[in-house]
Design a protein around this ligand. Structure first.
Ligand code: NAP
Length: 436
């Protein structure tokens, strides 16, 4: 399809462009600024401003087979209504899709309800106050022969961007991770590439007059997101709750209110009825060891294949951390290759072969985390040859609340990993205490 996309330069729009192109569609990007932006994968570029609906007259030409409207609201209900009319009007009677982007904030705080579905009443926070009106205006186009669809994304993460990047930035600036409102507040989350796939699915096959939640994780505790954001910022400290009034000094009243929303939102309908299959990492993992934490990579060409190998290596190291933190002996041992592995501890004890590593682990791991544990961050990956990687890890001692234990030295684990039967395993490992 030839798809007109508003918001194509934005965080979500960039991912939607990539996924539309990968699915064989052509993207016609509507941008405020007509200056050409090569390298974005667009088929064509048109100028138009969604704050000025008159500028949109004529942009939906007869060859446009779908319109995906991702540019944000203007703040004025009449302007946004006129934008919908300008973009959806030319599609009337064609059965072609018009997909409007709303957001789960229109649901307001969801209270005790778990996994609120698309048919729940809206209680929008002021920031998105009139958006349900626009949703209804869009859906009404179904009765005029437009395949009108609304997508409500959760809070979007991935590609190192979105609101989670703001949490990382705040942790870095404040020296402590923070989150807003109440201690037990939860956010509904979605990975930007999964959301982009949902937009493609909505354009390709969502029935007229339907509304979908773009949510992969219904209710993630924001405390966990904040702790993970702190880690992404290199700040190992217990997260602090900031009151809405205090947050408003930084973000303004409306955005502070929205950040404090406690929500549990279901994305099950899109999975069941559109065949949507979110595959991206969860938001916490993405912050701790994903797109918010770049790793130095050597010995392999840049590209999706190398990214996938690095992601798999990071998952292995995350498994090392998880097994250590939860004293899971068998899980830890399952991460080694069976043939002649070697492990040298931070104190220089060399364990040669699987049996020695297993006996030592069984002796020392149970009870090891009573007073302290550690976090493990991959810092550098050197691919020595396909299926063999040398990995530098930073290990920092932490207390059970995740805060750094300052009077213990860090470790500098070095792993030689090998890929066996499609999975990375530890072949040789050496830890070294980093003494100042
Ligand atoms: N990010 C989230 O977590 C999230 C969650 C739920 C819903 N949403 C909704 O998803 C949509 C996209 O969000 P995003 O995070 O991708 O935003 P974003 O990164 O800020 O991108 C906004 C895009 O809209 C374009 N735009 C802004 N004002 C425009 C105007 N007056 N005329 C034409 N284009 C204009 C921008 O183009 P320029 O290059 O000209 O600036 C940019 O391409 C929004 O409607 C947002 O409310 C986002």
């Amino acid at each position: 399809m030839k798809v007109l996309l508003t918001g194509a330069t934005g965080y979500i729009g960039s991912a939607v462009t990539d996924h539309l192109v990968a699915a064989g569609h052509q993207v016609v990007a509507l941008t405020r600024n007509a200056a050409p932006r090569p390298g974005r994968g667009w088929h064509a570029q048109l100028a138009g401003d969604t704050a000025d609906p008159a500028s949109l007259a004529g942009v939906v030409t007869p060859d446009i087979e779908a319109v995906l409207h991702l540019a944000p609201p203007s703040g004025d209900v009449d302007t946004d209504t006129a934008v919908v009319e300008a973009l959806a009007g030319p599609l009337r009677g064609t059965g072609r899709p018009f997909v409007y982007t709303s957001g789960v904030w229109v649901l307001g705080a969801t209270g005790e309800a778990k996994g609120v579905t698309e048919d729940a009443p809206t209680h929008p926070v002021d920031l998105v106050g009139y958006r349900p009106t626009i949703e209804q205006r869009v859906l009404a186009e179904a009765s005029h022969g437009v395949r009108a669809v609304v997508v409500r994304p959760g809070i979007v993460h991935g590609r190192g961007g979105g609101i989670p990047a703001l949490l990382v930035d705040r942790a870095r600036k404040q020296g402590v991770p923070e989150y807003y409102g109440k201690e037990d507040v939860r956010w509904a989350m979605v990975h930007v590439d999964d959301l982009a796939e949902l937009f493609v699915a909505a354009a390709e096959r969502a029935p007229a007059g339907t509304l979908w939640h773009g949510v992969a994780e219904s209710a993630v505790p924001v405390r966990d997101l904040a702790r993970a954001a702190g880690r992404a910022a290199g700040i190992l400290a217990a997260p602090q709750v900031v009151t809405v009034a205090k947050a408003a000094e930084t973000f303004g009243d409306l955005f502070a209110d929205a950040l404090a929303l406690d929500q549990s939102v279901s994305g099950a309908a899109a999975r069941a009825e559109l065949g949507w299959r979110p595959t991206g990492p969860g938001a916490v993992a993405d912050l701790v060891s994903g797109s918010y934490r770049p790793v130095e990579v050597f010995g392999a060409p840049e590209g999706a294949e190398t990214d996938a190998e690095v992601a798999a290596i990071r998952r292995l190291v995350a498994e090392v951390e998880h097994a250590q933190q939860h004293e899971l002996v068998d899980r830890f041992l399952s991460l080694f290759r069976r043939q002649d592995p070697v492990w040298t501890t931070g104190h220089g004890k060399r364990l040669s072969g699987f049996a020695e590593i297993a006996a030592f682990t069984q002796k020392v791991l149970p009870g090891a985390t009573a007073y302290a544990t550690a976090v493990y961050d991959v810092e550098r990956v050197l691919f020595l040859q396909p299926g063999v990687a040398a990995v530098n890890v930073r290990q920092q001692p932490v207390a059970s609340d995740g805060s750094r234990i300052t009077d213990r030295p860090e470790g500098r684990p070095f792993y030689v990993l090998v890929k066996e039967d499609g999975a990375w395993r530890i072949g040789a490992a050496q830890n070294t205490l980093a003494v100042e």
